[in-house]
Design a protein around this ligand. Structure first.
Ligand code: C2O
Ligand code: CU
Ligand code: CU
Length: 566
């Protein structure tokens, strides 16, 4: 009898404990990939996101929501094997990376279903937290809503030498912030969600050790900004912005993170084992002009999280682990910001509210025109140092993002950037009725054909056309005329089983793009500027007849050779 009683007491204690914990779901940490060669398969999939009912239709990269965290080293040349296994076309953009436009994965680099796209580049970015996501024009919101994306973490010697937490998932924790609404058990494609999703998990919790913990926060939401803070209002230290380390940790109790932005923070939990704290979004303080502060009683923008405070992550602080970092460093790195006197030009951009016939309510435009894939708004001479001045005359704020470069903010509404924003950035929030200036150097990569994008990082606005594009051009190289010259080359061995090589017959030819198409003319592999010293790995193709189409850089003429895959 006594045994039974004890047993039932124990089991009711376990039950009570389970009920308390059941409020929370333990958050997963994305898997990691490292090295210089990465296989990323974008796929339609399912995930159990709601506690009961059907799985949610999701998208992921090698996973059933989101994708792996890709670790790369500054200085390495990395090769990406991006396979599109969706039923739709997509693109994959390396947000924040400095790389050739043709590798960038913007709306021009469409990957058809079933096709393998193989961009590669030398990593020159500083250590920091970057990311990748689809960028197919007018489909970005939908494909990001599915959950397609991933973090790209750059390591370098400067960061490596600092006493910072960097044990992934233990004291260095990626937090991918977004929110979703549901129709039944499926995601609704909507600007705002009713529920917070942290690393793809509702009501997320995680255990951290009682020491200094680093969080890498990405705002991956469609529209919402998160006013980050802890439930006990503890101080946290911002150590990095979009493009890497700040000069010194910046102590704060709140940080407003907008769509597309990243920060890395340190939180000192030394001596707090056995306690808990919540990371929250203090969005009740946001204005009607801020994404997430706009309250609508109904319609497509109405949502349960509008202008309220809500939980992002419940943190259980446990025992310290060995080799713990227990102090916040006092200094980080030297940020060599670009002197404004170096600027060759100031470009003036505008953001304004607009009305579109047939679309209810206002939408937003850059420079008074909607995005046009065939129109280049700017031509930036290679190596130019430029100030971009963006004036938002509208009634809503927008996170402005530019590809190719990391920039320094010069001013926001006339004031110098805050300390946490004084480093390298690739997204800057342009408040309503305000002007922001930043400065950037457009070096290394010129391309007379492929543009880079700039846009609002609210994917709804981007899809609606709040985007523009620019070429970086190298006038010194001149433009060769299109002489319709043929580009003779051979492919060998032919037939081939695993590898195919290209031998050019004309020293003038520069390979700009190679596509391999099957007998039906469908592209199966896309190889921007392939390195001809490396063979083309065709081992994944099924046996049959294929065509290799080679585009010459100067003339853009395409010539084709047939080959047989054994
Ligand atoms: Cu993260 Cu052009 O976008
Ligand atoms: Cu980007
Ligand atoms: Cu916008």
């Amino acid at each position: 009898m006594i045994m039974t009683k004890r047993y039932s007491l124990l089991s009711s204690l376990i039950l009570a404990y389970t009920i308390v914990c059941a409020q929370y779901n333990t958050m997963p940490i994305p898997d990691t990939l490292s090295g210089t060669n990465f296989n990323l398969t974008i796929q339609d999939t399912f995930k159990q996101i709601l506690r009961t009912g059907n799985q949610t239709i999701t998208g992921g990269i090698n996973a059933n929501f989101w994708g792996p965290t890709v670790f790369v080293n500054k200085g390495d040349t990395i090769h990406m094997n991006v396979r599109n296994r969706l039923n739709d076309s997509t693109t994959l953009h390396w947000h924040g990376m400095h790389l050739p436009a043709v590798m960038d994965g913007g709306p021009h680099q469409v990957i058809p279903p079933g096709t393998l796209w193989q961009p590669y580049w030398k990593v020159t970015n500083n250590a920091g937290t970057y990311w990748f996501h689809p960028h197919l024009h007018e489909m970005t919101e939908e494909q990001i809503t599915k959950g397609i994306g991933g973090l790209l973490i750059v390591r370098d010697d400067v960061e490596q030498a600092l006493p910072l937490p960097r044990t992934y998932g233990i004291d260095d924790i990626p937090l991918i912030l977004t929110d979703r609404s549901f129709t039944g058990t499926d995601f609704k494609v909507a600007p705002y969600g009713d529920s917070m999703l942290t690393n793809g998990t509702l009501r997320a919790q995680y255990s951290i050790p009682a020491q200094v913990v680093r969080f890498r926060l990405l705002n991956a939401a469609i529209e919402r900004s998160y006013n980050l803070g802890f439930s006990d209002s503890r101080t946290f230290y911002v150590i990095a912005s979009d493009g890497g380390l700040l000069s010194a940790p910046v102590p704060l109790t709140r940080y407003l993170l907008h769509a597309g932005e990243r920060i890395e923070i340190l939180v000192n939990c030394t001596g707090q084992s056995g306690t808990n704290v919540n990371l929250k979004a203090y969005n009740s303080t946001l204005s009607q002009q801020t994404p997430g502060g706009d309250v609508f009683p109904n319609g497509p923008f109405a949502n349960a999280l509008a202008r309220i405070d809500f939980n992002i992550l419940h943190l259980n602080i446990g025992a310290q682990v060995s080799n713990a970092i227990v102090a916040i460093p006092t200094a980080l790195t030297t940020v060599n910001t670009i002197p404004s006197a170096n600027a060759n030009i100031t470009r003036y951009l505008t953001i304004s509210d607009t009305a579109v016939a047939g679309i209810p309510g206002a939408t937003f435009v850059l420079n008074h025109r909607f995005f046009n894939m065939n129109f280049n708004d700017y031509s930036v001479p290679l190596n130019n140092t430029e100030i971009w001045q963006i004036t938002n005359s509208g009634n809503f704020g927008h996170p402005f993002h530019i590809h190719d470069v990391e920039f320094n903010i010069l001013s926001v509404g006339g004031a110098a950037p805050t300390a946490a924003q004084a480093g390298w950035k690739d997204v800057v929030y342009i408040p309503s009725q305000s002007t922001v200036k930043f400065i950037a150097v457009f070096d290394d990569y010129a391309d007379a054909t492929h543009p880079f994008m700039y846009h609002c990082h609210i994917s709804l606005h981007e899809d609606e056309g709040m985007m523009g594009q620019f070429l970086v051009t190298n006038n010194l190289s001149g433009i060769k005329e299109n002489t319709q010259k043929v580009t003779p080359f051979i492919v060998y061995p032919n037939p081939s089983r695993d590898e195919l090589f290209i031998q050019l017959k004309d020293a003038e030819t520069e390979v700009y793009y190679v596509t391999i198409s099957n007998i039906n003319g469908k592209a199966v592999m896309m190889l921007p500027q392939p390195d001809l010293r490396r063979g083309i790995d065709i081992s994944s193709l099924s046996a049959g007849i294929y065509f290799l189409n080679l585009m010459d850089r100067a003339t853009k003429s395409i010539t084709t050779q047939k080959f047989i895959k054994q």
